[in-house]
Design a protein around this ligand. Structure first.
Ligand code: ZN
Length: 399
C-alpha cells in the first residue's frame, strides 16, 4: 500500500510487518456523532479492511477522551455528571459506528481509566527535564524539544494561531513559551481530581493520547491518525511528549483526514452546522451513507449536500439489484482495480467507480460468467458494504 504521510509530505510506501499497530484519536463523548467523525473513522476502517485483505493482523486502538475541558463544561451546562454524559454519548457513538459497519477497535481505553500510565509518562518527562510546574499546573517546555514543529511543518505564527484556536493558551503568563502546553492541572471544585506527585488534578488533553497509545500498543506504532484539525497542536504535542520520554518516534506514519463542510462552512459545533449520523441512518439504509462518503478522497475533505444521501440510496439499489442477477462479466479485473485503487493512497472514489461499472455491466446482461455477482459482493466487501446482509442498526430500508 502507498499512503500519504503528514511528516514526509508525500505518498510513500506503507509496509508494516504482519501485525500492524494503529492508533486513531477517538471522540470526546459530549455530543452526537456527525459526518466529520464518520468520514474520519470510515477512512481508517478502509485501511484496516485492506490491510486484513493483504493478510495483516491489525490492532487498532481508539481512545475515549472522557475527561477534558469540553466534556466537563458540557456536563456543567447540562447539570449532569460527566461520566453519565460520556456513557450515554458513547452508547450512541457505538450504535452509529456499528450501523456504518465500522470494524470495532481492538481496545478502547478511556482516559479516566488510564490515569496511571498518564502520570507515569508525565513523571518520565519530568525526570528528563521537559516539564515545569507553576501554581499546580505542570507544563511541557517546548524549548527542550529541538524537533517541536517537525510533524506539522508549520511556522511559529501558524502554530500560535492554531494553539489559541484549539484549546491552548499562548497568552498564559505562567508559561515560559507561548507554545508550552498543559500536562497536568488542578481541577475546579466541581471537576474530578486524582492525586498525583504533581498535585491533585486532572490530565491535559494531549498527554492522554500519548500515554494510551504507548500503554495499549507500544512506544513506537506503525500508524497514527485522526482528523486533519488534530495535526496541530494535538498530534504535534503527542509526538513531542513521546519523543521526550523515549527518545524515539511515536508513529512511523501519520495519516490525516480532511474536514467535512455543510452549508458552505466546515462542520463544527460552534457554527452549529452539524449533520448527525443518527438522523441520517434513521431515515435511510446506513449503507447508502457509507456509499455516499466513499465518493470523496479522504485527504480532500468535502461539502455534504442533503441530496448526497439520495445518490447513495440510488447507488445501493443498483448494487443490490446487480448482486441478485445470475451472471455478468468476469469480475477479476474489477477486484484488481478496487485493490489497486485502495493501495494508491486509499482512492475510494476510483474503487467505487470500478464497482459501479461492474454493477452496470451485470444489470445490462453483459457476459455470462456466473461468478460475477459473487465478485461484486467481494468487491463491495473491500469497501465494507455487505450487499447480502441486512444492515445492523435500527434503520428501515431506504431502498
Ligand atoms: Zn488524540
Amino acid at each position: 500500500m502507498r499512503l500519504y504521510d503528514t511528516v514526509r509530505g508525500e505518498v510513500v510506501p506503507f509496509e508494516p510487518g504482519p501485525e500492524v499497530s494503529m492508533y486513531v484519536c477517538g471522540i470526546t463523548p459530549y455530543d452526537a456523532t456527525h459526518l466529520g467523525h464518520a468520514f474520519t473513522y470510515l477512512t481508517f476502517d478502509l485501511v484496516i479492511r485492506r490491510l486484513e485483505d493483504l493478510g495483516h493482523t491489525v490492532r487498532m486502538v481508539r481512545n475515549v477522551t472522557d475527561v477534558d475541558d469540553s466534556i466537563l463544561s458540557k456536563a456543567r451546562e447540562l447539570t449532569v455528571d460527566y461520566r453519565s454524559l460520556a456513557a450515554v454519548e458513547m452508547a450512541h457513538f457505538d450504535a452509529d459506528m456499528a450501523a456504518l459497519n465500522m470494524r470495532p477497535a481492538t481496545a478502547e481505553p478511556w482516559a479516566t481509566l488510564s490515569i496511571e500510565p498518564i502520570l507515569d509518562l508525565i513523571q518520565r518527562l519530568s525526570d528528563a527535564g521537559h516539564t515545569y510546574t507553576v501554581d499546580g499546573t505542570t507544563f511541557f517546555d517546548v524549548s527542550t524539544d529541538d524537533d517541536f514543529g517537525s510533524l506539522s511543518g508549520y511556522d511559529e505564527d501558524t502554530m500560535l494561531a492554531l494553539a489559541a484556536e484549539r484549546g491552548g493558551h499562548p497568552d498564559d503568563p505562567r508559561q515560559r513559551n507561548p507554545l508550552d502546553f498543559v500536562l497536568w492541572q488542578p481541577s475546579a471544585n466541581d471537576e474530578p481530581a486524582w492525586n498525583s506527585p504533581f498535585g491533585a488534578g486532572r490530565p491535559g488533553w494531549h498527554i492522554e493520547c500519548s500515554a494510551m497509545a504507548m500503554a495499549n500498543l507500544s512506544d513506537t506504532i506503525d500508524l497514527h491518525g485522526g482528523g486533519d484539525d488534530l495535526v496541530f497542536p494535538h498530534h504535534e504535542c503527542e509526538d513531542a511528549q513521546t519523543r521526550g520520554a523515549t527518545g524515539g518516534l511515536l508513529a512511523r506514519h501519520w495519516m490525516h483526514v480532511g474536514m467535512v463542510a455543510y452549508e458552505g462552512t466546515k462542520m463544527s459545533k460552534s457554527v452549529g452546522n452539524l449533520v448527525f449520523v443518527r438522523m441520517l441512518r434513521n431515515l435511510h439504509d446506513p449503507r447508502a451513507l457509507r456509499i455516499a462518503m466513499l465518493g470523496h478522497h479522504y485527504r480532500a475533505g468535502f461539502e455534504w449536500f442533503d441530496a448526497d444521501i439520495d445518490d447513495g440510496v440510488t447507488r445501493l439499489d443498483r448494487l443490490v439489484d446487480a448482486e441478485r442477477r445470475p451472471c455478468g462479466p468476469d469480475p477479476a479485473p474489477t477486484l484488481a482495480a478496487v485493490r489497486a485503487a485502495l493501495d494508491d493512497d486509499l482512492d475510494a472514489p476510483t474503487a467505487r467507480d470500478a464497482i459501479d461499472v461492474l454493477a452496470g455491466a451485470i444489470i445490462a446482461n453483459a457476459g455470462d460468467d456466473p461468478t460475477a455477482p459473487a465478485g461484486l459482493r467481494e468487491a463491495t466487501g473491500l469497501l465494507g458494504i455487505h450487499l447480502d446482509e441486512t444492515p445492523p442498526g435500527d434503520a428501515p430500508s431506504g431502498t
